[in-house]
Write a new protein. Sequence first.
Length: 408
Amino acid sequence: MPDNNIHLSTLNNQLRIALMPRRLPVVYVGLMVGCGTRDEQQPLNGLAHYIEHCVFKGTSLYSAPQIIRQTELIGGEVNAYTTKEETVFYAATLPSMLPRTIRLLSQLVLNPTFPDDETRKERQVIFDEIETYNDSPSDLIYDDFEALLFRDHPLSLPILGNKQSLRRITQKKAREFVDLNYTADNMVLFALGNIRFSTLRQLAEQYLGSATRSRQASSRLLPPDPQPLTCNMSKRTHQAHVMLGGKSLPLSHPEQYTMQLLTNIVGGASMNSMLNLSLREKHGLVYNIEMTHNPMSDCGYWSIYYSTDQHNIGSCSELINQTLRSLTRQPINLSTLQHHKRQLYSQLAIAALNYENNALNMAKQVLYQLPLTNYQQAYRQINNITPQQLLELARMLFSQPIAQLTYT
């Protein structure tokens, strides 16, 4: 099978199938559902994540102990996660276990029963997950920043929800959410490995061909433009934790690689990022500072996060503002740009070896009907980025209102 081809097909019920052939001893296979936290109602915040947990507690075919037994029989790993926009169930297993794995995944997605005794226990597990998250300000600040940035919009809601909203969830409410969102036209069956596409499609027909196609149009609301809000929250932490940012590009924007390159230049993982050189190496104000880009289906935001002693916040803010302003005033020089391009090439080459992420990224591209880009195509797009493109993008991002959240 040619390694660079991605095979695509659609069943009669509009469920999409995607296979990335790779000569590997294992196969990655899963179902990506196009619903997440932003598809919830605020009184039931946390419902999407709750369902991700509770489908493992019983289906029409398997009880909770039997699901555990099926997972053992598969002999690999079964996992799941929830984002603001997707819920994903996937596994890594041997190719010979593919039929059993797809049967189990289809049961989890199409036929959960949400037995009261099991889901009651799982609710307590999620309560503990919330408390663990609350104990980590470097993680929690992302939720609070999104609440600040997307005020009064479903994207402002935390993925885990809260104890009050989780207590409102009933078996009936969970079933209604699944029936509304876990529809064939809102799912992608994806796989990466050394399997035949005809086999994958046959298994999809067998186990997912009965999935209902939605009769409702998407009801997602576009978020309003972020406001330049500043918020200080008392968390009684040893250090101050600070996050600032603003509106960015959605997943479908053609300048995604330009955005990725700009993010690397400003505050990427490399030690030579502008913010690391300024705030850590030159002034010794922070241990770590990073910029991230968070694109979604119809919007996106960029953010800069750092922690420091409280009396250093003013100095850090001034240096960050100087860095961002410098990028809006003149183009980056060519030699520096080429250096950062080489870094990004290397990062993409390393990422290409992470087969699990490759499978998940492919599924997301298919779900949102994005161009399927391989490493070579990405390389060419990055190679064509000019200093003027970076300048124009920096002006668009950093000349607009910026929000800031501080934990003290």
